[in-house]
Design a protein around this ligand. Structure first.
Ligand code: ARG
Length: 459
């Protein structure tokens, strides 16, 4: 098959350069969007009288036939033709004959690829927005029964203060909400059409850019042709947003991995999301969580690859830009796969509530509240902090927990202790007192879960 740009060439391209330059092996996946954009372009060319209406009609029919073949995987992509655009144009000429040669009037592969990728990106964002919503729902469903389930909250991975399990899970709902809003904003910013910018300077043909934009569902047309063919900000933003999702997922992974270790035994992850060891028969490894944690690194890599690719690139289109595809495809595939895994894994996590409650009796998590208790009895907080510190030291030496101290022992540290202190120190009483918006008191957590559900229904 001869090259579409072969006219001014006498010599042949070196075989290695052909291998270097072909992109159809990875950009063929853009075919549905490439065809949609070409259909809109051809229709506009016909409507504006740039090409004959009959030719435009033939082109549209031919492209639709090719789209069907793409959908049935019935196309042999030809690497010698370089990319998805040239492959489809050649197929079109093969399918409908001479009229097909008029499709590329008033456009360039530079504005074409910029348009295709934006269309593709929009669909990826829509899928990811849906997935993030389903993940939030799965988390809310998991949280609902646990607004009274106490567990240790950690700082520095040290037992800090008791919280309710639903509060911990709701923290992730908030993270994924921010992720959703980032992607939703990106969708708006990226939904601008480059077509009509042609190679870099615009086109002399009397085209109607708004007509194509409308047909393709773009909110606006680009304001500068040079910017439009060289801008890849939206791909970098996409990778950055994807990297943040992965970062959030990987934090969750890390917790699940720690929590499912026998030292913690806070959770048991269902068989469908764990694997055994080929040598140690007792093992049940949290592989799914580990793999998602591991895949986070490659999405960070994709982001870095794109930032580096664009750094110092002069205006306008440079062939370097062909290298934007694989990282952004990888980031999109990876984040979608990992979100799907999480959506399914969340309902398969069994929380061992009795273990969580038992863990609350360790680590002196009542200490802050014991100081607060003294404050209610008139002791200044800084002084109370010192008194409780001494009580904790005493307990640590004796191998006791704070509530195991007798009232006489308590009084050795301060005369302000009375028997009421024991009910004050239960984990249930402790969480119940965190009764401000955003706190872990069960009623506040129930309200937060409800608000999150409402917000989800709204968008
Ligand atoms: N395959 C190319 C890319 O992905 C399409 C644009 C080619 N433009 C060019 N002037 N060679 O960037």
């Amino acid at each position: 098959m001869s090259k579409l740009w072969g006219g001014r060439f006498e010599g042949k391209t070196d075989a290695v350069v052909e291998h270097l330059g072909e992109s159809v092996s990875f950009d063929a996946r853009l075919a549905p969007w490439d065809i949609a954009a070409s259909i809109a372009h051809a229709d506009m060319l016909g409507a504006c009288g740039v090409i004959a209406k009959a030719d435009a009609r033939k082109i549209v029919q031919g492209l639709k036939a090719i789209a069907k073949r793409v959908a049935c995987n019935d196309i042999q992509w030809d690497a010698q033709l370089e990319d998805v655009h040239t492959n489809i144009e050649s197929l079109l000429v093969e399918t409908i004959g001479a009229a097909g040669k008029r499709l590329h009037t008033g456009r360039s592969r530079n504005d074409q690829i910029a348009t295709d990728v934006r269309l593709w990106l929009r669909d990826q964002i829509d899928t990811i927005l849906g997935q993030l919503g389903r993940l939030q729902l799965a988390l809310l469903d998991a949280a609902d029964p646990h607004t009274e389930t106490v567990m240790p909250g950690f700082t520095h991975l040290q037992q800090a203060q008791p919280v309710v399990l639903a509060h911990h899970l709701h923290a992730y709902v908030e993270m994924f909400h921010r992720d959703r809003s980032r992607f939703a904003q990106l969708r708006k910013r990226a939904n601008v059409m480059p077509l009509g910018s042609a190679a870099l300077a615009g086109t002399p043909y009397p085209i109607d850019r708004h007509r194509i934009a409308k047909a393709l569902g773009f909110d606006a047309i680009s304001a500068n042709s040079m910017d439009a063919v060289s801008d890849r900000d939206h791909l970098i933003e996409f990778c950055a947003d994807a990297a943040l999702v992965m970062m959030h997922l990987s934090r969750f992974c890390e917790e699940l991995i720690i929590w499912s270790s026998s030292a913690y035994s806070f959770v048991e992850i269902g068989d469908a999301f764990t694997t055994g060891s080929s040598i140690m028969p007792q093992k049940k490894n949290p592989d799914a969580a580990e793999l998602v944690r591991g895949k986070t690194g490659r999405v960070y890599g994709d982001l870095h690859a794109l930032l580096t690719l664009l750094k110092g690139l002069p205006l306008t289109y440079n062939r370097d830009l062909q290298e934007d595809k694989e990282p952004v495809f990888d980031a999109s595939d990876t984040v979608q796969l990992c979100l799907e895994v999480f959506i399914r894994m969340i309902p398969a996590i069994h929380f061992r509530t009795e273990r969580l409650a038992q863990a609350c009796t360790q680590g002196f998590m009542e200490a802050t509240d014991l100081a607060d208790y003294l404050v209610t009895r008139g002791v200044p907080f800084r002084e109370a902090h010192g008194i409780v510190g001494q009580a904790v030291l005493h307990c640590a030496r004796q191998g006791k927990s704070l509530p195991e101290l007798s009232i006489e022992e308590f009084r050795r540290f301060s005369p302000h202790f009375d028997p009421h202190v024991y009910t004050f120190l239960t984990p249930q009483a402790i969480v119940k007192r965190r009764d401000n918006p955003g706190g872990t008191a069960p009623r506040r957590v129930r309200a937060a879960l409800m608000a999150a559900r409402k917000r989800l229904q709204k968008d």
